[in-house]
Write a protein that binds this ligand. Structure first.
Ligand code: ATP
Ligand code: ZN
Ligand code: MG
Length: 310
């Protein structure tokens, strides 16, 4: 895959080991949970700036949330209906001294201690756009030109994997649009094209394809089929660990009136607003760059370095 034709070992674990050996990812002993080196972070930051170069001119409202959503908002979001298997809730110790002694004893004896932890009002953010919908709904009906929001957050999904491109904690930058169906569809269409051009400017081999979310259970399989049939989700795919199964690095989602109904988000004429988002998987894009241009950023093609570092 690399320009100079150097053979790259196949397989996810091999690529993961190479990233760790090069110091780019720092293992923790938990699959999908890594530290990142300064070089890795620099690539993420430069790519983040590149997104702003392409999308910043649209006048999006910038919002930055910590990687936790309020539990009441999470409960109302419907996430547990579709993705109970991916959610991560934050629990904390709320006991007295006696309970503390018991906790320490069980820890010491290698017994289960976490069952005494109690749920807090914080849930780990599953996708960067989740806090946006209740926030803009709170402001009342949308203005005539709708809303456009820029968010960036660490996200958690409980999907431990040896594939370095499938992390449990990773960053997602998103532009989120709310408005009439026409406004929202135009936004998504423009980002499918822009996203492709943006990624091609980094000399990465991209393909855009229909996709579906991994909805939970039997009812979920039907949701997935209908999402695909209606063309609600597209992904921009790049081969990272495997050529046959390229990895989704950007996704373009049209939610129709799903979030509008949930949060009572309306257009000025009182209709339920539609929403869409474009999400950039920051670690995945960095990994795609390392996969295709090599683990040494100084040896990346000059044109790619110029796009990222000017
Ligand atoms: P996949 O099909 O690979 O599981 P997804 O459809 O779940 O991806 P989205 O829910 O659309 O992904 O999330 C938006 C973006 O976040 C994705 O396009 C991807 O780049 C990134 N992303 C999703 N899950 C992970 C993960 N586990 N680790 C790293 N990045 C991820
Ligand atoms: Zn989103
Ligand atoms: Mg997924």
């Amino acid at each position: 895959m690399r320009a100079e034709g150097t053979p790259v070992e196949n397989g996810q674990a091999a690529f993961r080991d190479a990233l760790i050996a090069a110091g780019l990812l720092i293992p923790t002993g938990v699959d999908g949970l890594y530290g990142r080196s300064g070089v890795f972070e620099d690539v993420v930051d430069r790519f983040n700036d590149l997104i702003t170069t392409w999308g910043g001119g649209d006048g999006a409202d910038v919002m930055r949330f910590p990687p936790g959503v309020a539990r009441h908002q999470f409960e109302q979001s419907g996430y547990l209906k579709s993705f109970p298997h991916l959610a991560g809730t934050v629990h904390a110790f709320k006991g007295d001294e006696r309970a503390h002694q018991s906790l320490l004893r069980r820890l010491e004896e290698g017994e289960e201690w976490t069952d005494a932890q109690m749920a807090t009002n914080v849930v780990l953010t599953p996708a960067a756009c989740y806090p946006v919908y209740p926030t803009i709904a709170e402001r009342g009906p949308l203005p005539a030109d709708g809303a456009l929001v820029d968010v960036y957050s660490y996200c958690f999904r409980h999907e431990p994997s040896l594939d370095p491109a499938r992390m449990q904690l990773f960053r997602m930058r998103e532009y989120v649009r709310a408005g009439t169906p026409e406004q929202v569809m135009a936004f998504r269409q423009s980002w499918v094209e822009r996203g492709r051009a943006l990624m091609e400017s980094l000399a990465l081999p991209v393909a855009v394809d229909l996709a579906n979310d991994p909805f939970f259970g039997r009812a979920g399989r039907m949701l997935a089929v209908s999402q695909r049939d209606q063309g609600l989700k597209f992904e921009l795919l790049i081969p990272i660990a495997s050529v046959e199964q390229p990895t989704a690095c950007l996704s373009f989602n049209y939610h129709q009136d799903h979030f509008g109904l949930l949060w009572d988000l309306r257009t000025p004429d009182g209709a339920v607003a539609h929403t869409a988002c474009v999400g950039f998987g920051m670690e995945r894009v960095a990994l795609a760059l390392f996969r295709h241009h090599g683990l040494d950023v100084k040896a990346w093609p000059a044109a790619v370095r110029a796009v990222l570092w000017g």
